[in-house]
Design a protein around this ligand. Structure first.
Ligand code: 6PG
Length: 246
């Protein structure tokens, strides 16, 4: 695993640098393998990156050869305010010429376990796989203050699941979620983790210092075979900036 940490002065630079990296990875994947399979992150942090892609890369990227999936979804209908699909559609997918058949949302409106099984089947059938699991060219992730990523929350059994996707009831949210699992995340060619804001500074320090002996947080189980890149703004990196020469 090759790890790179980028600390950017301003939050909006996560969007510009992240979008440029995604564009570069998509060009490389399409040139080498004829397609780019990417799993988008949910939450609020990546929204500006999606808007940047729609505004700056609409005519730059080869959307006919790009296939979009989701790292996780809330168990709500696609038009719901909480839907990760809705956020990505409004910020990006509705504004670029990607064929509808190449956008693979998670059916958050369905029964969680069935929706998770169906999504695992979609991943196995659509994402070219290594021997072990579907292999995304790129997975975008965020991170919560508790070190969760996608819907892999601390203390939940989804961290041990081997299927490509699974449903999980998150006690503290009183909500079901559907998420890709560690075997898929760790089989990715490239993982980009986007983290912004002062509220994340403590968990960034904990994770990047890799505190010996501490119980690993879910994000620390993300150890992809390929490249792992962190994109942090100065606020999130406040407690580690010196160690990373910022
Ligand atoms: C979700 C995401 C989740 C998110 C983190 C960070 O569905 O919410 O998958 O893992 O990336 O909670 O969220 P923010 O970007 O909103 O801080």
């Amino acid at each position: 695993m090759d790890v790179k940490v980028h600390i950017l002065d301003r939050p909006e630079q996560l969007a510009t640098h992240g979008a440029a990296r995604l564009a570069e990875l998509s060009r490389r994947a399409i040139a080498e393998r004829g397609a780019f399979h990417v799993a988008l992150a949910g939450g609020s942090t990546p929204e500006s990156l999606y808007r940047e892609l729609a505004e700056r890369y609409r005519d730059e990227l080869d959307w006919q050869h790009i296939h979009v999936y989701f790292g996780d979804e809330r168990c709500v209908p696609p038009e719901h305010d909480e839907s990760n699909f809705r956020m990505a559609r409004e910020a990006l997918l509705a504004h670029v010429p990607i064929p509808d058949a190449q956008v693979h949302r998670i059916a958050g409106e369905g029964k969680p376990e069935k929706a998770a099984r169906d999504y695992a089947k979609t991943l196995r059938e659509r994402v070219p796989g290594g021997a072990k699991a579907p292999r995304f060219d790129l997975v975008l992730l965020g991170m919560g203050p508790d070190g969760h990523t996608a819907s892999l929350f601390p203390g939940t059994d989804i961290l041990q699941r081997k299927s490509a996707a699974a449903a999980v009831y998150v006690e503290k949210l009183h909500a079901w979620r559907i998420s890709v699992t560690l075997p898929v995340l760790n089989n990715a060619r490239h993982v980009m983790i986007l983290v912004a804001g002062d509220k994340k500074a403590d968990v960034v320090r904990h994770v990047l210092r890799n505190v010996e002996g501490a119980k690993p947080l879910p994000i620390q189980h993300v150890r992809p075979a390929g490249e792992l890149e962190w994109f942090l703004d100065a606020a999130a990196a406040r407690l580690v900036a010196a160690e990373f020469g910022h």
